[in-house]
Design a binder for this molecule. Structure first.
Ligand SMILES: NC(=O)c1ccc[n+]([C@@H]2O[C@H](COP(=O)([O-])OP(=O)(O)OC[C@H]3O[C@@H](n4cnc5c(N)ncnc54)[C@H](OP(=O)(O)O)[C@@H]3O)[C@@H](O)[C@H]2O)c1
Length: 224
């Protein structure tokens, strides 16, 4: 598959790229093409050192807008406040079959701790804002509670779950394949995209608990 990562120069983008490069063609996106190319070169080194000749995919760099028209899966690895601007720059250029993935968590730090912005400021979930701005694509939300530090460490198993929200079962199946390729990560289907706020709101909760109890890079796992 061709997987494009808009905002791929950030920590989450790096983690996705190095994990998926074993099988897929990854395109790192940035507002600055040179920044994207430099990041792609660094990630390629990390992935080839880890996978050696087992690496069947590759990592290249591009600007955000160009990559949007050529990928099968598009990860929006950008801050909440930049959703509208970014989506308007790529809307109409994305193929109609392209799956758009939102790992975006609208979160602020206050005196009490980390808070979920839509609850504090009566705003919409990140997934809802993405869907509103890209009405011709199927949106799936996932990866909100993944630690960037663990994701970037190719040799580490995540040993955690990720909640996934989506309105289309075929799209869910494609995303589940990508999730299953990240060592130790299990997909838990939460429901339609309208429930994405439930998954997004877990991240500030985990970070507050993590900081106050000195738990490093925690994730979430359902047990039965
Ligand atoms: N970090 C985590 O552990 C974690 C965990 C779960 C979910 N998330 C979510 O995943 C997403 C990515 O996380 P991250 O930590 O990688 O984010 P980040 O480092 O803050 O940003 C990622 C990239 O977004 C681009 N960007 C920044 N401001 C922008 C703007 N105003 N307009 C357009 N692009 C902009 C930048 O790329 P260029 O400058 O190259 O364009 C940046 O490298 C976020 O929504 C975050 O909430 C993060």
């Amino acid at each position: 598959m061709k997987v494009g990562i808009i905002g791929g120069t950030g920590g989450m983008g790096e983690g996705f790229a190095v994990r998926w490069a074993i099988h897929h063609e990854i395109i790192i996106g940035s507002r600055d093409i040179d920044k994207a190319k430099n990041a792609a070169a660094l990630y390629t080194n990390a992935a080839s050192s880890a996978f050696g000749t087992g690496m069947k995919g590759n990592i290249t760099g591009s600007d955000n807008v160009s990559l949007a028209s050529v990928v099968d899966v598009l990860i929006l690895s950008i801050p909440y406040d930049s959703i509208q601007y970014t989506c308007s720059s790529i809307s109409g250029k994305i193929g109609s079959n392209c799956i758009v993935v939102s790992p975006i968590v609208p979160m602020n730090r206050t005196e009490s701790g980390f808070v979920y912005v839509p609850f504090e400021e009566t705003k919409r979930s990140a997934a809802a804002v993405v869907a509103e701005n890209l009405p011709n694509n199927i949106i799936v939300s996932a990866f909100h509670t993944i630690s960037e530090v663990k994701l970037k460490n190719i040799n580490e198993s995540l040993d955690s779950d990720t909640f996934v929200c989506c309105d289309d079962q075929n799209t869910l199946a494609v995303l589940n394949t990508l999730i299953s390729e990240i060592s130790g990560l299990r997909s838990i289907y939460l429901g339609p995209l309208s429930l994405s706020y439930q998954a997004e709101a877990l991240t500030p909760m985990i970070l507050n608990a993590s900081k106050r109890n000195k738990i490093k890079h925690p994730g979430i796992k359902l047990v039965s």
